[in-house]
Unconditional design. Structure first.
Length: 454
């Protein structure tokens, strides 16, 4: 898009709701910058929908009536009202549009300012029409529509409230990675176990003889196979994607079966890596490479001669990065790799090595400033990464706040070493909206915005 304005043509917005948006500026190489703003949508129509909510059961709670502009509820309701008990209702201030009306009897989430409700399987519910065939209610010319009556019925275990969202106990992922030299291909598996319940995890699929059992990582508190010894080695001639893998997760209560698909192998690699063997590094160390085009991100990881990780930098959109890690050792050999990653988490690697010939005992390249970078990606769902730098070892807090100034997450709370640090925030348990993250060290404070869109 080469204009500097655009007319909104999406679903009807929710009256009196706060929205935020971002404008991205991108260059021809895929590098980009973002700026964000927010506003409250105050447009009010003259149309209304009214009727009666009836219920003869024993459950108690708030009666919620909502009007959607989509019968599949893909967007937030345009308007929502809350009654103390079932009875007559009126949703007013509606613009001309077609609506679908639903109602539930539930309890608000405690302390939540977004109007969220803790809908359970057995909560009473009802729709205008029948489930799967809702009756549309169309407002034209700002008119009022009456007689939109709904009868609530109790949800059951066999026929639960359709607005109940059961939280998944486990997540399962399979991702590919391959190396440029030798053209070697692998698949890595990861199973997230938020409640630490799993007793065993078995994976079957292409390239696996029989099955692969995953080891439990007591530090990460999850089942995973990120270790090289547990990665699936497909050799130099892998099966042709898509590759479907089945995860069988057994815990004391049940057996869960999940599948995930490796859609592709990344067939492009970073090239022209610098520095390389024979290069003499006499000052600042800058890693650079030739990129592969739009739609990919880059990461760099540096290792010493014993294979220990010295430094890394993730989620790069540029094709160079300045080293800002601990002092390097004179005349020591180092190796590094540049990872190219696609939108699905599949990746390719190219590696190189060099000898650090700088004079003296090494050059300290720690950042000289206290800084906080914009989170990436932004907007995000549900995980984003935040990077910050401190010029010396000191006590640091990194906290996330909602728009009311309430702390909702504490990502860092303790002493950190000098240099750059990266932390991920998983906001899967939070509502969509605008948040703020604040970095504090002594009297120094930096704050930025981030946007969660589900």
């Amino acid at each position: 898009m080469i204009t500097t304005s655009v007319r909104y043509d999406g679903p009807a917005l929710k009256r009196d709701a706060e929205y935020s948006y971002w404008v991205e500026v991108g260059d021809e190489y895929g590098n980009s910058s973002f700026n964000m703003e927010s506003f409250v949508y105050h447009t009010v129509g003259t149309g209304s929908i009214s009727g009666n909510i009836s219920y003869t059961g024993a459950q108690t709670g708030k009666t919620v009536v909502a009007a959607f502009t989509s019968p599949d509820f893909q967007h937030d309701p345009t308007a929502i009202i809350e009654l103390d008990s079932p009875g007559a209702y009126t949703i007013s201030g509606l613009i001309d549009a077609t609506y679908y009306v639903v109602s539930v009897l539930s309890n608000p989430v405690q302390g939540d300012d977004q109007g969220e409700y803790d809908v359970q399987k057995t909560d009473p519910w009802g729709v205008y029409g029948t489930w799967g065939n809702l009756t549309p209610v169309t407002i034209t010319g700002g008119n009022g529509i009456s007689g939109i009556n709904i009868t609530l019925v109790d949800g059951t275990e066999d026929h639960p409230n359709p607005f109940y969202e059961e939280e998944e106990l486990y997540s399962a992922e399979s991702k590919s990675h391959n190396w440029q030299y030798g053209k070697h291909y692998f698949v890595d598996f990861e199973v997230g176990d938020s409640d630490h319940k799993a007793a065993s995890v078995e994976v079957t699929g292409p390239g696996i003889t029989g099955s692969l059992m995953l080891d439990y990582d007591n530090n990460e508190k999850r089942w995973n196979s990120w270790y090289k010894s547990k990665s699936l080695d497909l050799g130099s001639s892998p099966p042709t994607p898509p590759l479907t893998y089945t995860f069988t997760i057994v815990d004391p209560d049940s057996t869960t079966v999940k599948t995930d698909v490796v859609e592709s192998f990344v067939s492009v690699y970073a090239t022209n890596l610098s520095p390389s063997k024979g290069d003499t590094i006499t000052g600042s160390l800058i890693f650079s490479w030739r990129g592969v085009g739009l739609g990919y991100t880059y990461s760099v990881e540096l290792h010493d001669a014993q294979g220990n990780q010295v430094w890394d930098s993730d989620d790069l959109r540029t094709t160079s990065v300045r080293y800002d890690g601990p002092a390097l050792i004179r005349d020591a050999e180092y190796s590094y790799w540049v990872k190219v990653q696609d939108a699905y988490g599949n990746s390719s690697y190219a590696d190189q090595s060099f000898v650090y010939h700088a004079s003296g005992t090494g050059i300290t390249l720690h950042p000289s400033v206290f800084s906080l970078s914009q989170n990436f990606p932004n907007p995000f769902n549900p995980v984003t990464t935040i990077e910050f730098s401190v010029p010396r070892s000191e006590f640091v807090t990194l906290r996330v706040f909602n728009t009311l100034g309430e702390e909702v997450a504490r990502l860092v709370d303790g002493k950190v070493t000098s240099g750059s640090h990266t932390i991920a925030w998983n906001a899967s348990g939070f509502a969509s909206g605008l948040y703020f993250y604040r970095l504090e060290a002594g009297s120094k404070i930096l704050t930025k915005k981030l946007l969660l869109l589900k």
